[in-house]
Design a protein around this ligand. Structure first.
Ligand code: PLP
Length: 360
């Protein structure tokens, strides 16, 4: 069976060389006679692999020494609780709402303290990023929270909010490592791996060491304290070894591509093919305000649900998979993460052109 172009939002496409190396090493990782799924997480083999993954990620993303990298479980969704449990010392946090992941995060945080909404783009079904000028951040807020790329709606921040000295917490599940970033502007970055980084089962947290608290909110489980995982180098309990290993291979693959600047250029070019086509199409149109267009998730519609359905089905038959949009936007969504080759996006655009000819 041939490989397909998988446009799923997540779990998502992975680089083929990473899948191939995983397969090659599955029966015998580095002469151990075992796979990474079978070796002890306390073994030198695994501890070395973990260290290398962290070093490669530091190099890729320019992570300064005073940040810790944690490999956790529970998905990005568990971070919606871990962030307030660890950071909400004065029980106040300010959130910017740009879609349902930010809404879910704010709702979870409001179980632990007083959450204020600084801005929201809900009035137009989250198709833009709210104006970030003149945000009224509370002087005693513990942090300001954003979801930087909105996987469902296809919007992204092109500027970070001025947090007026407050800690910035960012959910980067669907954009981390898609372009260079200035880590020092953030207090906490987290990302479920299964969008742009690796397989499901591991969540990356990059956190400034001064934010790792000795004291968390009363009643916080040991497993939900950042300090637990920082002190034990993500080995407090059994980590998702195979998922971490595959993330490490993705980091090496990204370094070999030329790093995040190269990825940014490639991602801009890939997204450009789609947006340029959408802007002149007589059948399809993008659903997002131009200024907020994501490089990773591109939603579009025809305006006719029956035609949308026919398109998704015809595309699947042509080897272009998982193009159905999220139910809250409808239509289609092409997720074009780092691992989606340029040829995959070009194949999609060609297919859309052909479909348009036959349906207008
Ligand atoms: C997918 C996604 C989540 C949820 O991730 P899980 O790992 O399934 O909990 C949260 N935020 C964003 C931006 C996402 O894309």
């Amino acid at each position: 069976m041939a490989r397909v172009y998988n446009f799923s939002a997540g779990p998502a496409i992975l680089p083929e060389p990473v899948l191939q190396q995983t397969a090659d090493e599955m029966m015998n990782y580095k002469g151990s006679g075992m796979s990474v799924a079978e070796i002890s997480h306390r073994s030198d083999l695994f501890v070395d692999l973990l260290e290398e993954a962290k070093q490669d990620l530091c190099e890729l993303a320019g992570i300064p020494d005073n940040y810790k990298i944690l490999f956790l479980q529970g998905g990005a969704s568990l971070q919606f609780a871990m962030v307030p449990l660890n950071l909400m010392r004065s029980k106040k946090a300010d959130y910017i709402l740009t879609g349902s992941w930010a809404v879910k995060a704010a709702r979870e945080a409001s179980r632990y303290g007083d959450v204020r909404i600084l801005a929201s783009s809900e009035d137009r079904n989250w198709c833009y990023i709210p104006d970030l000028t003149g945000l009224v951040i509370r002087p005693d807020a513990d942090y300001v929270y954003i979801c930087e790329n909105n996987t469902i709606y296809g919007t992204r921040y092109t500027n970070l909010p001025d947090t007026q000295g407050k800690t910035l917490v960012s959910d980067m599940s669907s954009c981390l490592l898609s372009e260079p970033l200035d880590i020092s502007r953030y207090g906490v970055i987290f990302a479920g791996a299964q969008k742009n980084i690796g397989p499901a089962g591991v969540t990356l947290v990059i956190i400034h060491e001064d934010l790792i608290p000795n004291e968390v909110l009363p009643g916080t489980p040991t497993m939900l304290s950042y300090n637990t995982h920082a002190v034990h180098n993500s080995l407090f309990n059994t980590p998702p070894c195979l998922a971490i290993y595959m993330c490490g291979l993705v980091f090496k693959w990204l370094l070999a591509q030329g790093g995040l600047e190269t990825m940014q250029k490639l991602n801009q070019r890939k997204a450009g093919y789609l947006y340029d086509y959408l802007d002149q199409s007589r059948l399809f149109k993008g659903t997002v305000d131009k200024a907020a267009r994501s490089l990773m998730n591109v939603p579009f519609i025809t305006g006719d649900e029956a035609i949308d359905r026919a398109f998704v089905e015809a595309a699947a038959n042509a080897g272009l998979l998982n193009l159905k949009g999220h139910r809250s936007v409808g239509g289609m969504r092409a997720s074009i993460y780092n691992a989606m080759p340029e040829e995959g996006v070009l194949a999609l655009v060609r297919f859309m052109e052909q479909f348009e000819k036959e349906n207008v």
